[in-house]
Design a protein around this ligand. Structure first.
Ligand SMILES: Cc1cc2nc3c(=O)[nH]c(=O)nc-3n(C[C@H](O)[C@H](O)[C@H](O)COP(=O)(O)O)c2cc1C
Length: 180
């Protein structure tokens, strides 16, 4: 299975990346191919709502790093969205990518079956803080007809290595097993 990993954290070695690495290691052990996109280091413009994609077989007219991602999304069997919680919501790095999925309207949002997992990290001590983060993401996954296979939410992690002291790395590795 080909699994795309979208990393929404700007930290090079932060909590999200530690969780992604645990997920990836297990996913690869299980024989999957993984492709990781560090969105903060990519040039992706926000959707302009021009609707050109509606008559363009789902191709976006903007020229940026999304073009390569788009081909991979069509091909992928699985996707992992991983990000820190920013202001009780998605960080801009990931939100811009999700907005650009609007171009899939040109394919009537038909992209085949895909398994999708979610990883989140936040400083607050309660999972309740993820409500705004999860709502848009999970509704969008459902709208796209993709299968939501599970999530790992690391709470109480502020500094970049805090997640290393938790049991969440094991949970992230276990999440990879849902991609079969
Ligand atoms: C701009 C910004 C906004 C944040 N907003 C929240 C928040 O609303 N709730 C929260 O619990 N933590 C918040 N945090 C803390 C991060 O979610 C936390 O440090 C997380 O572990 C960072 O993950 P990373 O190391 O993968 O980047 C915020 C951090 C930043 C930089």
């Amino acid at each position: 299975m080909k699994i795309l990993i979208f990393n929404g954290s700007p930290r090079k070695q932060g909590n999200t990346v530690h969780l992604i690495e645990a997920f990836m290691m297990r996913a690869i052990e299980l024989g999957n191919e993984t492709v990781r996109y560090d969105l903060d280091r990519m040039f992706i413009k926000p959707c302009k709502a021009c609707d050109a994609c509606a008559n363009n077989k789902g191709r976006c007219v903007l020229k940026d790093d999304f073009n390569a991602i788009y081909e991979d999304i069509l091909e992928a069997d699985g996707i992992l969205f991983a990000a820190p919680l920013y202001w009780y919501s998605l960080p801009a790095q990931l939100k811009i990518l999700i907005d650009r999925l609007y171009c899939l309207q040109g394919l009537n949002f038909k992209t085949g079956s895909k398994k999708v997992g979610i990883i989140g990290a936040c400083a607050d001590s309660t999972e309740d803080s993820f409500q705004g983060f999860l709502y848009g993401l999970e509704k969008s996954i459902e709208y796209l007809g993709w299968e939501n296979v599970g999530k790992v939410l690391a709470t109480g992690v502020w500094g970049p290595n805090d997640v290393l002291k938790t049991a969440k790395l094991k949970e992230a590795a276990d999440l990879a097993e849902k991609f079969t």
